[in-house]
Design a protein around this ligand. Structure first.
Ligand SMILES: C[S@@+](CC[C@H](N)C(=O)[O-])C[C@H]1O[C@@H](n2cnc3c(N)ncnc32)[C@H](O)[C@@H]1O
Length: 236
């Protein structure tokens, strides 16, 4: 190989190494913030009993929450960061035997718990996905609904997660985000890092290619946002 050709090859290798190193850069700042928000620590599987607490229906009104979502029998839906599977089990009943729930979490212990609780409840339409902090392992264009309850604020690498979730939605797919309110007193008993404001959610989700379909303000303690893919703007 000639010297110029060798130089060109070396440049290519360096450039591709740089590109993959950049692609792998976490999206958080060095102080652990994303767009000014301090990202919360991931809730350990040791705290899973809290997810199944008896007071949860009063605190979150899950039935009212799910009534706001466009779920049909036969749909493929995701419980993102499913923990012990509390919402996956409720979604399972809504999509019925012809539908499917993907229960996605980064902790194998949470996945094991969710499997057990689904089995105990006799639910057969839930599949389990062990994901990574920057990759939910979903097929592009395949998902009718992604539900994220009390999880997005602890994503350690939010940008690739937002990108992958957007890509995974079917053309009319919806991502529904429920986060304890930062504003006011309705969720004052939840740690600050584990709550989000309307402004912060919109600051993170809208530039990622989502558009707000609707916000529902009728839940006891949580904001609920329904996002779809932003429509391309008409070039004039
Ligand atoms: C507070 S728990 C909520 C669990 C469940 N959504 C619920 O409301 O019952 C948060 C869960 O999100 C999971 N999690 C954190 N980061 C994640 C990520 N990047 N992708 C998927 N799951 C994640 C954690 O492992 C944990 O099980």
């Amino acid at each position: 190989m000639t010297v110029p050709a060798l130089c060109a090859l070396a440049l290519l290798v360096v450039a591709s190494d740089l590109a993959s190193a950049q692609a792998k850069q976490p999206t958080l700042s060095s102080d652990g913030t994303f767009k000014g928000r301090k990202v919360a620590d991931v809730m350990s599987f040791r705290g899973a009993p809290w997810l199944e607490r008896a007071t949860r229906p009063d605190e979150e009104n899950p039935r009212l929450m799910l009534d706001q979502l466009p779920i049909k029998e036969g749909d493929t839906v995701v419980d993102m960061g499913c923990g012990s599977g509390y919402y996956a089990r409720l979604l399972s009943l809504r999509v019925g035997p012809t539908g499917k729930v993907l229960c996605v979490d980064i902790q194998p212990e949470m996945i094991a718990l969710a499997k057990q609780t689904a089995k105990d409840a006799g639910l057969k339409n839930i599949e389990f996905v062990l994901s990574t902090p920057d990759d939910p392992k979903l097929q592009p264009g395949s998902i009718d609904l992604i539900l994220l309850v009390d999880v997005y604020h602890e994503f350690a690498d939010p940008q690739p997660m937002l990108d992958a979730m957007l890509e995974s939605l079917s053309p009319e797919g919806v991502a529904a985000l429920a986060e304890y309110r930062l504003e006011g007193e309705t969720a004052a008993w939840i740690k600050i890092d584990h709550r989000m404001s309307i402004d912060q959610v919109e600051m993170e989700w809208l530039p990622a290619g989502f558009e707000l379909i609707r916000r529902f303000d009728g839940l006891p303690t949580q904001h609920l946002f329904l996002f779809g893919r932003a429509k391309p703007t008409n070039p004039q």
